[in-house]
Ligand binder design. Structure first.
Ligand SMILES: [Zn+2]
Length: 257
């Protein structure tokens, strides 16, 4: 990213992040896979529209949505596909903008967490080779090297397989709330079993770092397992020493306690 983050708008920063995540040699997302989002104002956020490509995303492939409409959707238990589509269309600030992807619902939730301004969702080959195996929850819970802790947090949220759509957004919300309640900090990474990877952060740089380091950690996990069975993980004590203390105030702020 060449432009200064101080001068550029949330849209500029989100587009730059999308192009980074969409770089084909990185194998994080191809074709229309993945999506990105950014907090735009107190009431609205920007999200990639359905059918756009991360690598070539431009302003016309981005839709501004209201948080409140999608937060309301998250509380609904039984909605038809048509009702969900209507709600997604109604959440747009500009009625001529493209329809946001149904994944906009989980973006809306994640962007309302304290300290989260950008979200990147990808399907990295290295991570998905673990998430499509029996080792997904182990990969989420354990850490193998210090920079993984620095960029991806003490643990990742693990979400058991759920079909994409509103139910997935609700499963992500449940996993994140449990994580914050237990660990008193925001997650950096959410792993979706048999599906993909979500990174969240205050800046696009934090999202990119978590994604690249998460993809690298997956490659190391698979390599370590290939030569010696279960990888040699860092102990809980080592992880806590590197990560530092949890923040009780974060738990209060995020969960409204
Ligand atoms: Zn996906």
């Amino acid at each position: 990213m060449t432009t200064s983050s101080v001068e550029s708008t949330p849209l500029d920063r989100m587009l730059a992040l999308s192009h980074q995540l969409g770089e084909e040699p990185r194998k994080l997302a191809i074709l229309g896979e993945g999506n990105t989002s950014a907090r735009n104002t107190d009431d609205t956020f920007l999200v990639k529209a359905s059918g756009s490509n991360l690598a070539t995303l431009s302003a016309t492939g981005v839709t501004e949505c209201r948080f409140s409409d999608l937060a309301a959707l998250l509380k609904q238990k039984k909605l038809s596909d048509q009702e969900i589509d209507d709600a997604l269309l109604a959440a747009r600030v500009d009625p001529d903008a493209k329809k946001p992807s149904v994944e906009a619902v989980f973006h809306a939730f994640l962007l309302t967490l304290p300290g989260v301004n950008f979200v990147g969702h990808t399907h990295p080959v290295t991570v998905n080779q673990i998430l499509c195996s029996k080792f997904g929850s182990t990969f989420a819970k354990r850490r193998t090297f210090p920079d993984e802790i620095v960029c991806c947090g003490v643990e990742s949220v693990f979400v058991p397989y759920t079909d994409p759509g509103l139910k997935l957004a609700q499963a992500i919300q449940k996993g994140v709330v449990e994580y914050i309640d237990r660990l008193s900090r925001a997650p950096r990474v959410i792993l979706l079993e048999n599906h993909g990877f979500i990174a969240l952060g205050a800046t696009p740089e934090a999202v990119l770092a978590a994604t690249l380091m998460g993809a690298k950690a997956a490659e190391i996990f698979v390599g370590a397992a290939a030569i010696g069975g279960t990888p040699q993980f860092l102990t809980a004590k080592q992880v806590e020493r590197i990560a530092g203390r949890p923040d009780e105030h974060y738990r209060q702020k995020a969960l409204g306690l």
